[in-house]
Design a protein around this ligand. Structure first.
Ligand code: PLP
Length: 367
């Protein structure tokens, strides 16, 4: 694998100041990764300044949506790290998305090297408060200039980074039960992280916001009977003291956070079930008080409590919590592992080296 460090990045990095107010995904790091795919092979991995792209108006991504992405974080809390968290899981999911969208897969080494290199060079800009991080966004899109409906032969893989605070500023989410539209269908693209899945959910996001909700809860496409997930996160509920999450089928995104929480819950001795979860069953359990907790989880949101679920006619099912929250125990455990505050018995944390200074001063050499 050939790697090229653009000498202009030294100036970009030295000019960059981390703003005092960050938010999520608003501030972009001054460097990024770019790598092109042509004639059935991946080319040089480039670390370049963050700058606009030049693309043909007929690049296939603009017309047929051949695009995939990932979301992951690097942590550097209290001078620890920087740590990446289970990056190989994102790499595997990236390739699953690529296969589903008729795109080339990326060698594991290329993906991992890209996120490590970018983290290494962005290390001085990783915020150090617990819950803050460097959000990393690997993505790939079709660049071939051609209007025919056929898979592209040319692609670009890129990674950008954003020093970020937590995704939600509010405490608990009010969630709209979406009874009209669906996010994914059996045999569709729901399991892939591809832009169209998210674009298709945006009208519901607007409707939810106008009705005073912060998120959409998606139901199954056939009968609107079963709970699936939210637009960018998986869901867990606690019913009769048992932690429950919908089983994946092929319509729900296989979240890395979801998988971590299942493992942590098992190790914490929490009674757990992965199964079909009826929306009727959930509403009844909230009304009788049997459902004592619900929370959303994902890389961006970590673990975020849900206050309740509502309909577009104004009905709201508020969850009556009882005592200690399983979600907050899981959130604390997960964050402690991600941020290096707890011994990692799972082998999930990857330390990233900090030698960016020496490499930057070499400017442009192949390493
Ligand atoms: C639709 C959807 N579900 C769930 C998740 C949570 O996945 P992860 O925990 O890997 O971030 C995400 C975020 O990537 C998502 O976009």
């Amino acid at each position: 694998m050939e790697i090229k460090i653009d000498p202009r990045i030294i100036k970009s990095i030295s000019k960059f100041n981390l703003p005092t107010k960050l938010g999520f995904g608003k501030t972009l790091a001054p460097v990024m990764i770019s790598c092109s795919y042509k004639e059935e092979k991946w080319g040089t991995l480039n670390l370049v300044p963050y700058e606009p792209l030049t693309l043909s108006p007929t690049a296939k991504v603009f017309h047929y949506g051949q695009e995939i992405f990932e979301g992951m974080k690097a942590y550097r809390v209290n001078g620890q790290g920087p740590y990446l968290f289970r990056p190989e899981e994102n790499q595997k999911r990236f390739n699953l998305s690529a296969e589903r969208m008729a795109m080339p897969t990326l060698p594991e080494e290329l993906f991992i090297k890209s996120v490590k290199l970018l983290t290494e060079y962005c290390a001085p800009f990783i915020p150090d408060k617990s819950g803050d991080s460097l959000y990393l966004r690997p993505f790939m899109f079709a660049t071939e200039e051609h209007l025919g409906i056929a898979p592209s032969n040319e692609f670009k893989f890129m990674v950008v980074a954003s020093p970020s605070t937590a995704y939600f500023s509010s405490d608990a989410l009010k969630v709209l039960i979406e009874r009209k539209y669906v996010r994914a269908v059996d045999g569709g693209t729901g399991q892939a992280k591809t832009g169209g899945n998210y674009a298709g959910g945006l009208n519901s996001a607007i409707r939810a916001k106008n009705l005073g909700f912060s998120q959409t809860l998606w139901l199954d496409s056939k009968k609107r009977e079963f709970v699936e997930e939210m637009s960018g996160m998986n869901i867990f509920v606690v019913m009769k003291g048992k932690l429950v999450t919908p089983s994946l089928e092929n319509t729900i995104l296989d979240g890395v956070t979801r998988r971590c929480l299942i493992r942590l819950a098992e190790d914490m001795g929490v009674c757990f079930e992965e199964r079909a979860l009826g929306i009727k069953e959930l509403i009844e359990a909230i009304q009788t008080g049997e459902c004592s907790e619900a929370f959303a989880c994902g890389t961006a949101v970590i673990v975020t409590p849900i206050e309740g679920f509502g309909e577009d006619d104004g009905t709201f099912y508020k969850i009556r919590s009882k005592g200690e929250s399983i979600g907050s125990r899981l959130r604390e455990k997960l964050l402690a592992l991600q941020e290096g505050r707890e011994k990692d018995v799972y082998g999930w944390r990857h330390k990233v080296s900090l030698s960016y200074g020496e490499k930057a001063s070499e400017g442009g050499v192949e390493i």
